[in-house]
Write a protein that binds this ligand. Sequence first.
Ligand SMILES: [Zn+2]
Length: 319
Amino acid sequence: MKFLNNTPKGKNMKLGPEDTNHGGAEMASASAIPPSIDVPSTRIVTTSWDDGDPFDWDVARLLADRKLPGTFYIPVQGHHSDVRMDRADMLSLDAQGFEIGAHGVSHKNLARCSSRQLLIEVEGCKKRLEDEMGKEIRMFAYPGGRYNRRVIASLKRAGFTGARTTEMLARDVNFAPFSMPTSVHVYPHSRVDYIRNLLRARDLGRGRDYLTRFWGAENWVSLAKMYFDSVLNSGGLWHLYGHSWEIEELQLWDGLKEVLDYVSNRPGVLYLANGPIVDSEWTQYLSSEVCPPSANGCQQGRPSVQKPRERQVGICQAR
Ligand SMILES: [Zn+2]
């Protein structure tokens, strides 16, 4: 399938159809999909990082050294350490070609917010970040991975063009713009954690995929490599996400370096931030948003298991 009407929306369009094997700062700043991309065979790598913790700088350095892209989702108020990247930090990340996305004002569970709270969290964070950055903020990451149809409607009204979830084990480029999944979380999840995440996503194909092809992965590092190999062989989207403060707390830096080394500078791979992927036309192929009961999120920095009663509150059951 060919894209015929793809309109570059970013500032540094540097990719071309025959020029998709670069990594680098150029890739990190690439903000649009080259025209005439063959979707089924496209191999895309993206990364995203939540909470705006000062350790994000260490992540950014690892990405920049390997010429990898990244979207940094930053709440207005500091989340984990009560200190978040300031305006100068965000402008510097932006100048390096990284994307800045929104992550709410105070990292609330948006699915449980009142209408007024939701308005403050969604529109408030967009306006604040745009005032600080002097540019439009298009992407959003759900705090704690929690969302429903009401939250999606609020994001659309505010002018966001897409949102990333905390669903894992995905490698398909076809997804609804406000239900962008990930492939692997930088965290030592157990297999049970992955099964729980899949059950919440209610994606049978993804579950079958994991059980038949990736069950043997010994840890998150080998899982990340196996998913990347799969994308490399058959096309798709490889999306790594994480929290820098969590990586620091659990000392996951060596594993992260190993994975980033493994996926960087590969011929034939398109390296893009989250926004340009969502802006592409293939995410529009799905006519309805998918808003399953939320998966594990970053609110606690651990896979969170909701109480049964909570799980029903404001959670969209549609699929
Ligand atoms: Zn978060």
